[in-house]
Write a protein that binds this ligand. Sequence first.
Ligand SMILES: [Zn+2]
Length: 374
Amino acid sequence: MARDRINLESIRDAGIRRALAAAQRDGRLKDAEVETIIRAALADQADGRRLDDQEVADLLMIAKQSVTMSPRARNRIRQTILTEYTRHRIRDREMGRALRRALADGVLTRAELEEVVQGALDREQNAQGRNVILSPVEINDLLLLSKSVSDEFRRYILRVLLNHVPAQQPPVTKPTSKLLEMACRDKGGEYKVPVVILRDSTPTISADALPESDAEHDMTTVTYGSPAGKGEGATRLVSQSGGASYTHAGDRVLNVGRWPRVRRIMIRIEYGLGARSDAKVGYGRGTTDDDIRFGRVTMGFHEDCHRQVLTHFLRSNRLPQFGGDVGQSVNVFKKHCETYKEAVDKYFKRADKESGRLVDEVGYRRTEWLLHKF
Ligand SMILES: [Zn+2]
């Protein structure tokens, strides 16, 4: 049978922690034990509220992390927090009233939640005609609500928020031929790798329409990150690298004509069919609480975040260094070529991963979005 592994250390309120420790003795959270935990959270009455932020966070963590809690107990916790929000924290009066009405029987249904949310939208619609824009108070209230409802309800609230917050214009991409230069060296000497920002690509421009590279015949172009699909955006690192050319006498490398190097790195934002920079974002940056509060909810903003993370990565991580040299045996030299190629590959994959972690796996995380969309 499954056992709860809620980390006691992560619970900050002493009362809740004690109640949880007592409840965890047999590794399961029974309904009665959940009641005890809720009572412990409600016990002190500081500054006119029943729950402080820490207690709310603790209860949410327990509801989220417990694998043995019954759905009824989980609802009880959410209900306790919802009631608390309704009484003390929801600032929009109409929304507060509608929520109290909805919570009269202790359970919030999807239909009731929609009524509460729709109420806010209708009022705005009446006041402003077609343009339905939520006020900062309503935005805050909805963000607050989204914390204590089920995941399905949370996704619903997020969709409403994205559609009805005043959206800021996305940043405009300024193509530049030399955003920065990365200083590198190998046995052939010092050299610089320019980082270039390319024009955004749209479905009318071929995804492979890259600028002409230097006049090197064996130039290889490697693109990192998956291309933008329908309705999606993507920010990719494209690198142009050249292989080595050298002469040898017998088993020894005599002269290196061209050193294997990364010649140029490009950052390019792509928009798939039906996607535009001013379209609403689906996940990640653009969906965090602060992004929503400040109206940073467009795809252009999201992709710009990728670009910034990638740029920062390039600035703070040196490119791999090639270890081959004149005088080495051909085998050793070849081995260095392979190692170098692998290291470069790994370097860009790491950049891509970092970009995903910081930009896609925050707010409404991409992994969750892939399962449910909205
Ligand atoms: Zn992304």
